[in-house]
Design a protein around this ligand. Sequence first.
Ligand code: SAM
Length: 292
Amino acid sequence: MLRMPCWRGRDSGHFQKPKISPLPTRTVRSCFFMPHPTTHSLAPHTAPVDAPTDKPFMRTIKSFVKRAGRTTTGQAKAFEDLGPQFLIPYQTQALDMAAAFSSVQGTTNLANAPLVLEIGFGMGEATAHIAAVMPETRFLCCEVHEPGVGALLKRMGEQNLHNIRICAHDAVEVIEHMIPLQSLDGAHIFFPDPWHKTKHNKRRLIQSPLIAKLSQRLKVGAYLHCATDWQPYAEQILEVLSSEPLLANRAMKKHPELQGYAPKPHYRPLTKFENRGIKLGHGVWDIVFERV
Ligand SMILES: C[S@@+](CC[C@H](N)C(=O)[O-])C[C@H]1O[C@@H](n2cnc3c(N)ncnc32)[C@H](O)[C@@H]1O
């Protein structure tokens, strides 16, 4: 099954090319390279050919391209009604998790409940399901696609979910700046954009530098759960996680027949999209590691 990098199809049914904004003359004019003065990258920084060699040139390769997409009336209303309660603005300081999850009037106080980070929830179908079956767990969820954020807020309203907070920002920066060390009980990365073409593989989210940072933010004994339906990416994920010294493969001993992959954990639902793929005979790989 081919998942397009820009996650088309499920809702809008179309794919839109990213707009290329005018860049300063010293940058490379490529829509796939976004210059950023302060942040780290997923892949090593490289200087463009015409950059002076004595000055470092910072360039960040993002794991996403912001897709155009319409926010529906229902999503816009959810933004207006629920955004103030559940959206967490991006900041460059560590987030006070207890304050961020302090009780919303009339609901359970989740200030000290287990904390799970989710990266890239798309339209939030799996997120809302998991939050509903694990009401005593806090979910801090990052997504850059605005209609997706609206869609999850809408689901939260419909299902009366109070244990989710959303940061509508690049998760790579959120991890770097907002998540304190050893603060997470778990992390979910479900179906990250596979970036199928070899020349785009460098945009994949799951790479060693990010996994090293994320692992430092997991508590000892916490888990990292990734899932993908693209076999070459599954192999890359298994390799990256296996080579991270702070992580150990939970499934290797229990399920040697799966060669490092894990059985689908019970809490991850089969989304409509995944179900369709399975019926067509496509594979899905779950990878679950533990922080040591
Ligand atoms: C293929 S979709 C999968 C969505 C969802 N997890 C699912 O299984 O349906 C990947 C999502 O990750 C988001 N994404 C990619 N890189 C991201 C990043 N660095 N920070 C936050 N979201 C990101 C994209 O916007 C996209 O919605």
